[in-house]
Design a binder for this molecule. Sequence first.
Ligand SMILES: [Cu+2]
Length: 157
Amino acid sequence: MLSLPTSSHAYGIGLIAVIVGVAMGVSYYQLYFIPELNAKPIISEKVLHPGDTTTITIVPGAENNDQAQNFVPKKVEIQLGINNLVIWKNTGETAHTVTPDEPYKDEYSGNFGSPGVIRPGNSYQFLFTQEAKIKYHCEPHPWMTGEIDVVHGALTS
Ligand SMILES: [Cu+2]
């Protein structure tokens, strides 16, 4: 008769201990683990949604080594918060890539460079959120080169 309440009491304490343990685990996960996983730098709205885009055209014939024009314009200076979204449009008839000479990672947008080839009629875009100077080329046609200089815009400095 006495043993039943005792054991059910012990069972109750055990259950509470488990619930408290799980709750602590969950709050630890929410407090420390998730924020670290989701940590993204704080970037101004103007930089995340610039008013203008910068378009670089990959012109027809760009794959020809003896053609001067490939990425047009070849060198661009863009301003954070103004035109820091860059779009490469392939208007030619050959697939090309946008490949950084040296790996570049933007703290917000991640690794720069087209994930594969940009087929004719397609485009590749990248949102730059930090000052940077990046030289790039086309993987299949390494004589195709370009440069992006990302600078502080008048609105963001
Ligand atoms: Cu190419």
